[in-house]
Design a binder for this molecule. Structure first.
Ligand SMILES: [Mg+2]
Length: 219
């Protein structure tokens, strides 16, 4: 109850996979404007592969750290694009936070988001403002940490994190790419949102909804 545990993560992975499938074409369209047009396919297929891997016998009873390691491997094995190692690293880092413990209280939600963000930053070597998915993850981490420090309840912390990611994903349209899919376009990347930031915001919105549901506050 009121924690990031195995049932919470199973629900989140299933919901993220469904939402990415619904947004497959839109994300491919965004990537087609400034990249190679595969982002929706990579994300939808990668998270579908995670859901399949987590259907294996025993996974529903596995500790959350093991769940996240399994998800990381499934994503890495399925996704050949650059995003493969990035989310694999994010999930592995989140798994370390939950290593040797049955759950993470939702009062420590920011630590979970920060670990995912650290995994992406470590593997991708992008910085804030480079117009990549990291911008959305950093905005979410900062918002979550701020709200937690102010004593906000977990549902509000998670909602503010999702809102910050959505706002930052929109703001990537005003950034000139210096790393990632659109770096070669430089100024010509202006006016286009980074699809990785858009899909990151989508994941954070699913997390926020799951936290709200778990806290029993509805949506
Ligand atoms: Mg691409």
């Amino acid at each position: 109850m009121h924690a990031i545990d195995t049932p919470f993560l199973l629900l989140v992975f299933r919901t993220v996979a469904r939402r990415l499938e619904e947004n497959r074409d839109a994300l491919c369209g965004l990537d087609g404007e400034i990249g190679d047009g595969d982002h929706g396919t990579s994300m939808a297929n990668g998270f579908a592969a995670i859901v399949t891997a987590l259907r294996a016998p025993g996974m529903a009873e596995a500790p959350p750290g093991q769940l996240l390691r399994t998800a990381s491997m499934a994503f890495l094995n399925d996704v050949g694009a650059t995003v493969g190692p990035l989310y694999a690293s994010a999930l592995l880092q989140a798994g370390k936070v939950l290593e040797a413990r049955p759950d993470l209280p939702l009062s420590e939600f920011s630590a979970f988001v920060a670990a995912l963000t650290d995994g992406i930053a470590f593997r991708g070597k992008a910085r804030a403002g480079d117009k990549t998915m990291l911008d959305a993850w950093l905005a979410a981490t900062h918002a979550a940490r701020l709200q937690e420090s102010l004593g906000a309840p977990p549902a509000d912390v998670a909602r503010k994190a999702a809102e910050a990611a959505e706002e930052e994903a929109r703001a990537t349209a005003t950034m000139i790419a210096s790393r990632g899919r659109a770096a070669r376009l430089k100024e010509r990347s202006l006016g286009h949102q980074d699809p990785g930031a858009v899909s990151a915001a989508l994941i954070l919105r699913v997390l926020a909804d799951a936290v709200a549901d778990t806290m029993g506050q509805g949506r």
